[in-house]
Design a protein around this ligand. Structure first.
Ligand code: ADP
Ligand code: MG
Length: 688
C-alpha cells in the first residue's frame, strides 16, 4: 500500500497547471507519467545573467542590460528584423530572424526595456539574437539572476520545464526523515525534501556537481532504496527451501587425483558453494575470477557433490565450443568416479539426440553439459537440483528461468570472467552472493605484453615465423566489431591469406559468419596442434583453452574494449611456457587509447583493469558498460557516487536485519522511501 503522503507524488502530470492535453504526451515521454518523475528530473545547467551596460558588455556571455529602444531597421524584403538600442555608454542591436506576435508592442520606440540574452559580436558592434527577455522597467525582477536550465525537448522547452517543476514542487509535501541521525551526520546533508528543492535551485555552478550536498543526499536515498529492494528479494529467495546437498567424498577423490592443489581462493569459493548447498535454502551465487583462475573446476567439484547426493546438475555455456570444452575437460575427472555424463548441443540430431534425452530423463546422466539445447522443450530431467551457468550475461533472464524450471527450487551458480568494479557488482549483482577468485594457480608465468605500431608488421611476422618453427602455437586476432561489417570480414580474410603466405603453412581461420560446425572443426585442429596458427575474430574471446598456445597478436588493439583485450590475452599464459601478447595499433592513437594499451602492458590484474576501464570510459564511451550495466538511476552517478553505493549497501543490510526494532515512525518513513523510488525488480537487476 502506498503511504498517503506520497499520493501527490504519484499524481498524473496532467493535474499540473499548464499541462494540457497538447503538451502532456510530450512531457510524459520526456520524464515519465507522474509528478514524481518530473521533480526527479534535475537541472543540467545554470545560466548567470549579470547586469551590465553596453560599454562593459562582453560577447559570448549572457547578460542583462537596460536599454532604450531606438530605430527599427526594417528589413528589405525577407531579411531579419533589426532594432538599434542604446544606453548612456553606447549602442547595439537586437536581431530577430523570425516574426514575433506583438513585436512592436514589446519594443516601443523611445521607451526603456530590460533585455537579457547571449551577446555576440557583429562587426565592431554587439548584437543580441532573439533575447531571452525583453521586459518593462518595473518587471526587472522577472529576469532571474541565476536561471536553471532543464533537459528539454523540441516540445518541452527549458522554460516550460522550469515552470512545471515549480508547480510540481509546490504540490508535493515534505517527507519524514528515513535516515538515522548518525548517517545524516556522516553524509553531512540535509533532509530529502530540502535537498530536492536545493537541487532545483542552484545558485552556483558547484550546486550542479554530483558532489553537491543536495545531490549526494538524493543519490544516497536512491541507492539505499535500490539496495533495500534487491536485498529484500535476496532474503525472499534465501527463504525458499531447496535440497540439502551434503556430500564431499567423491569430489575429494577427484581432487586427490588432480596434478595440482587448489588455490586458497578456490578453497574459499568451494567452501562458500558447499555452505549454500548444505543450507537447505536456494543458492544464488556468482563466482567471479579472471580467465584461468579455476572457476570451472570448482563448479565441477560442486556438481560432483550433487551427483554423490543422487541428483543431477547441469553446466550451460553460451557457445558450443565452450560447452564441448567443459565436457571434455570434465571427462577425465569424472570417469574414474564412474560418473556418467552427456554433452547436449544444437548439433545433436535424430537417434543420438534421443539417446541423450533419455539418459537425462532417466537420471542415468548425472552431469549434463551443454548449450541452449539443455533448456529446450522435450528435455526433461529426472532430478535436477543444481545449475551452473558460464558467462550468464550471455543468456536472457527468460532463458535462465526455462532452465531452472526443469528442476525444482534449483541451486544456481553463475560464473563470470569479466571482472567488474565493486560498485557495479553491488548494483548489478546485489541479489547474488559473491565469491571472488583473486588468485592465479601457481606456476603460471606472467605474460609479456608489448604495444607495437602496425608499421612494424613485418618484424612481427618474422618473429612469429621463428616461434612457430620452434613449435609454438599462436592466435592472430582481427577486430570484427559487428559480425555483419563487410569491410572487417574482408580484412580478416586478407590477413589470413597474408599469414599463410608469410609462414608458408596452413593457418586456421575462424570468424562469426562461418557455420558453427566448421568453426568448431578448425578450433579442434588448432587445439590438437595440427594447425600452428589460428587467425580469428573475437569468437575465441571466451574460454577457449589451448595450453600450448603461448602467443597472441591482436591487430587494431585500440578498437577493442579493455576488458575484452584482457580476456583475449587470457587465451595464452595457460601452460608452463613463457607467453607473449602483442598489441598492434594503428596511428593516430588518441590519449585515452594510449593510456588503455599502456595499462594493459603494465598489469595483468583483471580487477585493476576493470576499475581503470571504468574511469577511462568516463570520457564518453557510449558503448560502455555504464549503459548496460547500471540500473536506470535518476540521481546516482555511478562514477561519482561509488562511495555512496557502498555505504547504502551496508546500511540496507543493517536496516533489513534490525528494522523490527525501529520506532514505528522510522519504519513508516522507510516505507515512504521504498515507495517513493519504487524499484521494480526486473528493471533494476540482472540476477534472478
Ligand atoms: P576458469 O574457468 O576460471 O577459466 P578453469 O577452471 O577452466 O578456469 O581452469 C583453467 C585451467 O587451469 C584448467 O586447465 C584447469 O585444469 C587448471 N587449473 C584449475 N585450477 C588450478 C590450480 N589450482 N592449479 C593449477 N591449475 C589449475
Ligand atoms: Mg572458464
Amino acid at each position: 500500500m502506498r503511504p498517503e503522503i506520497l499520493f501527490p507524488y504519484y499524481t498524473s502530470l496532467t493535474s499540473l497547471k499548464g499541462v494540457g492535453p497538447k503538451i502532456a504526451p510530450h512531457l510524459i515521454k520526456h520524464v515519465g507519467p507522474y509528478v514524481r518523475d518530473l521533480i526527479f528530473t534535475l537541472p543540467s545547467q545554470l545560466i548567470f545573467r549579470p547586469v551590465t551596460c553596453i560599454k562593459d558588455a562582453r560577447p559570448g556571455q549572457v547578460q542583462t542590460i537596460l536599454v532604450t529602444i531606438g530605430s527599427y531597421q526594417r528589413a528589405v524584403g525577407k531579411g531579419p528584423q533589426r532594432i538599434v538600442v542604446y544606453d548612456d555608454t553606447g549602442q547595439m542591436q537586437l536581431t530577430y530572424f523570425h516574426a514575433i506576435r506583438g513585436f512592436e508592442l514589446q519594443h516601443p520606440v523611445g521607451e526603456q526595456r530590460w533585455i537579457s540574452g547571449r551577446l555576440e559580436s557583429f562587426g565592431a558592434n554587439l548584437q543580441m539574437n532573439h533575447p531571452d527577455y525583453v521586459v518593462p522597467l518595473d518587471k526587472q525582477d522577472t529576469i532571474p539572476l541565476f536561471e536553471t536550465v532543464y533537459p528539454a525537448t523540441a516540445a518541452v522547452s527549458p522554460r516550460l520545464m522550469r515552470r512545471f517543476v515549480e508547480a510540481g514542487l509546490a504540490l508535493t509535501p515534505g517527507l519524514p526523515e528515513w535516515l538515522d541521525p548518525a548517517t545524516l551526520q556522516q553524509l553531512n546533508v540535509s533532509g530529502f525534501s530540502e535537498s530536492l528543492r536545493a537541487a532545483h535551485h542552484p545558485t552556483a555552478e558547484a550546486d550542479l556537481s554530483p558532489q553537491s550536498p543536495a545531490r549526494r543526499r538524493l543519490a544516497y536515498d536512491e541507492a539505499l532504496a535500490h539496495q533495500l529492494a534487491m536485498k529484500a528479494r535476496k532474503q525472499h529467495r534465501q527463504a525458499s527451501p531447496a535440497m540439502v546437498i551434503h556430500k564431499r567424498g567423491w569430489a575429494q577423490r577427484a581432487m586427490d587425483g588432480l596434478p595440482f592443489a587448489l588455490t586458497g581462493a578456490q578453497v574459499r569459493a568451494l567452501a562458500d558453494i558447499r555452505r549454500d548447498l548444505d543450507s537447505g535454502l536456494r543458492m544464488n551465487r556468482l563466482i567471479q575470477g579472471d580467465v584461468g583462475s579455476g572457476k570451472t573446476l570448482i563448479a565441477l567439484m560442486a556438481m560432483i557433490d550433487v551427483a554423490e547426493a543422487g541428483h543431477q546438475s547441469v553446466m550451460m555455456a553460451p557457445t558450443e565450443i565452450l560447452a564441448r570444452q567443459h565436457y571434455e575437460k570434465a571427462l577425465p575427472v569424472l570417469e574414474p568416479l564412474g560418473l556418467s555424463t552427456v554433452l547436449m548441443t544444437g548439433r545433436d540430431k535424430g537417434a543420438a539426440r534421443e539417446a541423450k534425452r533419455r539418459a537425462v530423463a532417466t537420471g542415468e546422466a548425472a552431469l549434463i553439459f551443454g548449450t541452449h539445447a539443455v533448456f529446450q522443450e522435450g528435455v526433461d530431467f529426472s532430478s535436477l537440483h543444481f545449475c551452473v551457468i558460464d558467462e550468464q550475461h550471455r543468456f536472457g533472464v527468460g532463458q535462465r528461468q526455462r532452465l531452472f524450471q526443469k528442476g525444482e527450487s534449483v541451486h544456481y551458480l553463475s560464473m563470470s570472467a569479466t571482472p567488474i568494479p565493486r560498485t557495479l557488482a553491488l548494483t548489478q549483482y546485489g541479489e547474488a552472493d559473491l565469491s571472488i577468485l583473486d588468485e592465479k594457480p601457481a606456476g603460471r608465468q606472467p605474460i609479456h605484453t608489448a604495444v607495437i605500431p602496425r608499421a612494424r608488421l613485418s618484424d612481427v611476422f618474422q618473429r612469429l615465423k621463428t616461434a612457430i618453427a620452434g613449435g609454438s602455437q599462436a592466435y592472430w586476432i582481427c577486430p570484427l566489431v559487428e559480425e555483419n561489417e563487410e569491410s572487417d570480414l574482408i580484412a580478416v580474410e586478407a590477413r589470413h591469406a597474408s599469414l599463410q603466405e608469410a609462414l608458408g603453412r596452413e593457418v586456421g581461420l575462424v570468424h562469426g559468419r562461418m557455420p558453427s560446425l566448421e568453426k568448431e572443426d578448425v578450433v579442434a585442429r588448432f587445439a590438437s596442434g595440427a594447425l600452428p596458427l589460428l587467425c580469428a575474430t573475437t569468437v575465441v574471446e571466451v574460454g577457449i583453452d589451448v595450453p600450448n598456445a603461448s602467443i597472441i597478436i591482436i591487430e587494431q588493439a585500440e578498437r577493442f574494449g579493455l576488458a575484452q583485450l584482457h580476456q583475449l590475452r587470457g587465451r595464452v599464459g595457460r601452460g608452463a611456457a613463457q607467453s607473449a601478447c602483442i598489441l598492434l595499433y594503428d596511428l593516430p592513437l588518441g590519449n585515452t587509447a594510449k593510456a588503455r594499451l599502456e595499462l594493459l602492458r603494465t598489469t595483468e590484474d583483471g580487477f585493476a583493469i576493470a576499475e581503470m576501464d571504468w574511469k577511462l570510459r568516463g570520457e564518453g564511451d557510449v558503448l560502455g558498460a555504464r549503459q548496460s550495466g547500471f540500473p536506470a538511476y535518476r540521481f546516482v552517478d555511478p562514477d561519482a557516487h561509488g562511495d555512496l553505493i557502498v555505504m547504502a549497501a551496508r546500511e540496507a543490510q543493517y536496516i533489513l536485519q534490525h528494522e523490527g526494532q525501529f520506532s514505528v515512525e522510522r519504519r513508516k518513513a522507510l516505507d515512504v522511501l521504498r515507495q517513493l523510488f519504487d524499484w521494480r525488480p526486473d528493471a533494476s537487476d540482472k540476477t534472478d
